[in-house]
Design a protein around this ligand. Structure first.
Ligand SMILES: [Zn+2]
Length: 474
């Protein structure tokens, strides 16, 4: 772990009190706890807008129940920020994980697909992990996706396009999705860039990174035939773990890279026998409503670490006098909604709630911990009547539709209708929630932008945020 010298940390902390603590006025009232280094646990539900939260609540704890996040002391709303690549002065009203997570991680809005770089001008922007590490804090990332996916990448990498995640991918031509064809040429190591996302993860200064994506690390390092990215990570000081039991015996000194699945981690829940939303049948003009189905445990999840277990392990690894910046992501609220699988999203909402509980449990004995829960963008699933009032007139959604049988005996109608493609559902541009717990949260404004989250976290840690732009190719 990268620890600050006591003097260095003192300087950072006092700067926090005097100059930086705009959003956390109670800092000055904390008295003796101010001698403890601040911690931030930032929890991102990918695609977690109010529709996905309500679907999760209705299924997991019932219509009258409360999720863990429902009882956090602060609740606000966040404007998602995305810019046009060609003209960054023009907003784009629907973003993706790359643009959303980059705004949160760096405080700088960007265009879709970009990781830690500015729209059009392609400058690298310092992220919370880099700034925290430079100030002597521990740093960690936990995700249920591949650790190279857009959200975690936005906290570890700087690259033109999210899908340039391996050296090979930097050369692909994608005919199905032409916008995915990019060389990211200026980012190649051979051209003086930082390399693909996976190479940047392998060479990052993170103390602990836990998630999936081991397949990405089997590729060869650009320009170094015979060296895999996994070997590159090991020579950078990472101890690589791949099994659930390893979480209980993390090495005391080395950086930790946990890769528990070849790709994204399998989700906890699925529809019974794999059921998901489907197009509604019609016989003649008559609507044939689909049979309701319930959720069940996904057998593929057996042997996988829960998000809560990974969060607990990361906090245990980072807990020290130095303080830390930890990002935790429930990635598949989004991914499962893309593929019309409400039960997958619900299981991931459950995982997020359990991770929030782990953070709250830690904060009980470490009140200097700021917990932030938010999302990168909205998703497609909407709760609509399980049988439309228009059914008698033979009208029904033309989108995919699920009638979900809830444990409390209700039927929840969930509709996906952003497009009629067989590939996947689009995101939505709705505002997303911000929940928070910890010093000063009661003073936060109730409506903020994604980039404000960066400043809230940076302020809590007392990070000096000056010029963040740089050009890694110079
Ligand atoms: Zn998505």
């Amino acid at each position: 772990m990268n620890r600050a010298t006591p003097n260095k940390f003192k300087a950072v902390a006092s700067f926090a009190v005097v100059s930086m603590c705009v959003a956390c006025t109670s800092f000055t009232d904390l008295g003796s706890t101010m001698s403890l280094a601040p911690k931030v646990i930032l929890i991102i539900g990918d695609g977690m807008d109010d529709q996905q939260i309500t679907i999760g609540r209705n299924y997991l704890v019932g219509h009258n129940g409360r999720l863990i996040v429902d009882d956090l002391p602060y609740r606000g709303s966040i404007q998602v920020q995305t810019l046009a690549e060609d003209d960054p002065s023009v907003p784009v009203y629907v973003g993706d994980s790359a643009s959303g997570a980059t705004a949160i991680a760096t405080g700088v809005a960007t265009s879709e697909g970009r990781i830690g770089t500015t729209a059009n001008s392609d400058l690298d922007v310092a992220n919370l992990m880099e700034l925290a590490d430079a100030a002597g804090f521990g740093t960690g990332i936990v995700t249920t996706s591949s650790v190279t996916d857009a959200s975690p990448a936005s906290f570890m990498a700087h690259i033109e396009y999210r899908y340039c995640d391996t050296p090979d991918a930097m050369e692909r031509e994608n005919t199905r999705m032409p916008q995915d064809s990019t060389s990211c040429g200026q980012d190649r190591v051979a051209n003086g860039g930082l390399g693909s996302v996976v190479e940047q993860v392998a060479t990052s200064k993170m103390d602990i990174v836990l998630g999936g994506g081991s397949d990405k690390f089997t590729v060869t390092v650009d320009g170094e035939p015979g060296t895999t990215v996994l070997e590159q990570a090991k020579s950078n000081g990472y101890t690589v773990i791949q099994h659930l039991a390893d979480l209980d015996r993390l090495p005391a000194e080395n950086r930790v890279l946990g890769l528990f699945s070849p790709g994204h981690l399998p989700v906890r829940s699925r529809g019974v026998n794999g059921a998901k939303a489907e197009y509604i049948d019609r016989v003649g003009d008559k609507v044939v409503w689909p049979e309701p189905f319930a959720c069940e445990a996904n057998p593929e999840f057996i042997g996988m670490p829960t998000l809560a277990a990974m969060t607990k392990a990361a906090i245990g690894r980072l807990n020290s006098d130095a303080g830390f910046m930890l990002m935790v992501e429930a990635a598949s609220i989004d991914k499962e909604a893309h593929y019309w699988r409400p039960c997958g999203s619900i299981g991931e909402m459950e995982q997020l709630n359990e991770a929030v509980q782990v953070a709250l449990d830690y904060a009980k004995s470490h009140p200097e911990t700021l917990i932030i829960v938010t999302s990168d963008h909205g998703q497609s699933a909407h709760i609509i009547p399980e049988v439309s009032n228009l059914a008698l007139q033979e009208f029904a959604s033309r989108g995919r539709f699920a009638r979900l049988l809830t444990p409390e005996g209700g039927i929840m109608g969930i509709n996906y209708a952003t497009n009629d493609s067989p590939l996947w559902e689009d995101h939505s541009g709705v505002q997303v929630p911000l929940y928070a717990s910890g010093p000063g949260v009661e003073d936060l404004p109730r409506f903020l932008k994604q980039s404000d989250i960066f400043h809230i976290a940076a302020t809590h840690l007392g990070l000096g945020v000056g010029q963040q732009h740089s050009d890694s190719r110079k």
